[in-house]
Design a protein around this ligand. Structure first.
Ligand code: AMP
Length: 214
């Protein structure tokens, strides 16, 4: 099964992709995480992508398409994958279609997560994660049970994404509206698009996605 989780930044794509990947033994392909790893490692891709990411702009399509094309050829993707953050432009979606046809693969479902704009800003500017295990938290919506200690691993160091500041968040939401939202009619026309209410609690959203996939 190959899936696309679609939605604006802060919709909960990463959270749901992790849960679905575990339950269905799929590989989560988060282009944002792949890029952050490339920036941290100082690779050529990371150096090219950093300025766009810092500004809350999209990284050029040719870099993203090359990244995904190489990644889905890896043996661990053979059982299926979940895209989280890709495609983000019509050009990326068209390139993805072409590369999947070439490999004899297809996308089974595109699941769009709908969330109110004000909720997105609050979610993005307040989120942080455990530096040890990556568990996600939020300053008001989801604090660890004991302040300063990760519920999952007991870690005491936490990170915030550099692009989760108010100014960059505004640019990221603008990029979503201008460049990524046009993918909704693209996938609707193909008949693969289904929507879930991303404002519901995490567990409910997972249930909605599972019923879409059933
Ligand atoms: P995300 O973690 O999905 O919010 O992505 C973080 C940043 O990485 C975005 O603001 C973009 O700069 C870049 N990025 C991630 N995925 C893509 C993509 N498919 N196309 C272009 N840029 C991307």
């Amino acid at each position: 099964m190959n899936l696309i989780l679609f939605g604006p930044p802060g919709a909960g794509k990463g959270t749901q992709a992790k849960r679905l990947a575990e339950r269905h033994s799929l590989i989560q392909l988060s282009t944002g995480e792949m890029l952050r790893a490339a920036v941290a490692a100082g690779t050529g891709l990371g150096r090219k992508a950093k300025a766009n990411m810092d500004a809350g702009e999209l990284v050029p399509d040719d870099l993203m398409i090359a990244l995904i094309s190489a990644r889905i050829d890896a043996p661990d993707c053979a059982e299926g994958f979940i895209f989280d953050g890709f495609p983000r432009t019509v050009a990326q979606a068209e390139a993805l279609d072409a590369m999947l046809v070439e490999k004899g693969l297809s996308v089974d479902s595109v699941i769009a997560m709908e969330v109110d704009d004000e909720a997105l800003i609050e979610r993005l500017t307040g989120r942080f994660s455990c530096a040890e295990c990556g568990a996600g938290y939020h300053v008001t919506l989801q604090r660890p049970s004991v302040d300063g200690v990760c519920d999952r691993c007991g870690g005491k160091r936490f990170d915030r994404r550099a692009d989760d500041n108010a100014e960059t968040v505004r640019s990221r939401l603008l990029a979503y509206r201008r460049q990524t939202a046009p993918l909704l009619p693209y996938y609707r026309a193909k008949g693969t698009l289904q929507t879930v209410d991303g404002m519901a609690p995490i567990e409910d959203v997972t249930r909605q996605i599972e019923s879409v996939l059933a």
